[in-house]
Design a binder for this molecule. Structure first.
Ligand code: AMP
Ligand code: MG
Length: 401
């Protein structure tokens, strides 16, 4: 059985980045991956700018003690700069974001001034360049602001807006199709009959895959009948870059999923990973299309998605960061021992007195318990064959990144 690192390397080696560029409105670009480097066409700020409402003046006109009053000669507003010279002994009223006249080298905030007719009295001690933002101090023309492969955050959208990058060149998203198998399952809208349960994996996986950057299509429930599995999986393989199925990959009599994919010409890359929960994962490919047949147990399914599917989606989309780094926290529970598989334990994360992350296990009854899981914010990792002592540092994976 492969360990999780080996399994992930085989998955990533099977991914061919899609590399199909598209141009989309900036408004729709949050979470998308840039297809080209973006450079600035402006200086930011484009001129010497006031950081305050107040008066702009020359430092040479201030005295060490008791400044002489200055003569008001006009104002500089954002969008309407002061025109003309500011002679010695004069000042200009100025507002936040407005251009500082060339003759001035500081701004005194309005709270430290009093105006009487055309005379402006200045209180307090001041420094040259105070409250003046230098031209291009944030960004200079021609400088690269974001690189190809960067996944755009909401803040990045404002940066692209500032440099006039609208529409934005991005890579197209991977198309994911989700199907779920199991004769015992009914949709959330139905009341389960005898021997039935409601289907929960589709909603969970679809939301996770969308958050990982994919465009998701859900084909719903398929019966555990070989012909029906082949029929539905065949349709999914035609349309998708990645097919995700859940259920039917353990060793039971009705675990027919792998056979159906093999019949459709999907080549098996591996079956089973030494990870708990999530061991029965089956991974295959047909041409450039990837198939992840995930176990049906809801928590196994989540874990396999986060550990194996998410990085594959990022690689397909052309993102430079494929998986967030694991963080480290202090174990705050009894001593869990891992068997031959790497174990993942749902925890909440808080801070201890020294500011270290504290990993407290939640009440959880195992890989079907999504109610328990929903109270966790992270999964602590205990390596295969290890026992974690209370107080020991463990890597952990945040569930809501
Ligand atoms: P399987 O992997 O098909 O053997 O299923 C393992 C367990 O997960 C069984 O208890 C199933 O009833 C349950 N299960 C399978 N698929 C789903 C699903 N889509 N939603 C909720 N539970 C499921
Ligand atoms: Mg099943």
């Amino acid at each position: 059985m492969l360990n999780p690192d080996e399994a992930l390397s085989q998955i990533l080696a099977s991914c061919t980045p899609l590399c199909e560029g598209q141009t989309i409105p900036l408004r729709a670009a949050a979470g998308r991956v840039l297809a080209e480097d973006v450079s600035s066409d402006v200086d930011m700020p484009p001129f010497r700018k006031s950081a305050m409402d107040g008066f702009a003046m020359s430092y040479a006109d201030l005295a060490e003690h008791g400044h002489p009053p200055l003569t008001y000669v006009g104002e500089s507003r954002a969008g309407a700069p002061f025109q003309g010279d500011v002679p010695a002994g004069a000042c200009v009223e100025i507002y936040t974001g407005a251009e500082v006249p060339d003759d001035c080298d500081l701004v005194v905030m309005v709270e430290q001034t009093t105006r009487e007719g055309n005379l402006v009295h200045i209180a307090g001690q001041h420094r040259v360049q105070q409250n003046v933002c230098a031209k291009a101090e944030d960004l200079a023309v021609g400088k690269r602001v974001k690189s190809a492969g960067h996944r755009l955050s909401p803040t990045d959208l404002s940066v692209l807006a500032a440099v006039g990058c609208d529409p934005v060149p991005v890579w197209r998203q991977p198309r994911v199709t989700i199907l779920t198998t199991g004769d015992e399952l009914v949709p959330p809208t139905q009341t389960p009959g005898t021997g039935q349960i409601r289907e929960t994996n589709t909603m969970h996986l679809a939301a996770l895959a969308e958050r990982a950057g994919a465009e998701v299509d859900c084909l719903g429930l398929v019966r555990d009948v070989p012909e029906q599995l082949v029929q539905s999986f065949g349709e999914a393989l035609e349309a998708a870059d990645v097919v995700l199925t859940t259920g039917g990959v353990s060793m039971g009599r009705y675990d027919l999923v792998a056979d159906a994919f093999l019949k459709l010409g999907v080549e098996q890359v591996f079956h089973k990973v030494a990870i708990k929960p999530g061991k029965p994962l089956w991974f295959g490919r047909r041409g450039r299309t990837l198939v992840f047949a995930l176990p049906g147990n809801p928590v196994s399914c989540l874990l396999d998605h986060e550990v194996f599917v998410r990085p594959a989606l990022a690689r397909l989309e052309g993102a430079s960061v494929e998986a967030p780094d694991l963080r480290v926290g202090r174990w705050n529970g009894a001593s869990p021992r891992s068997g031959p598989r790497q174990q993942h334990l749902p925890v909440t994360v808080s801070q201890d007195n020294e500011g270290c992350d504290l990993l407290t296990p939640i009440q959880w009854s195992g890989s079907a318990d999504i109610v328990g899981l929903s109270t966790a914010t992270a999964l602590a990792v205990v390596e295969a064959g290890c026992e974690a002592q209370s107080g020991e540092l463990l890597p952990y994976r945040s569930l809501y990144i």
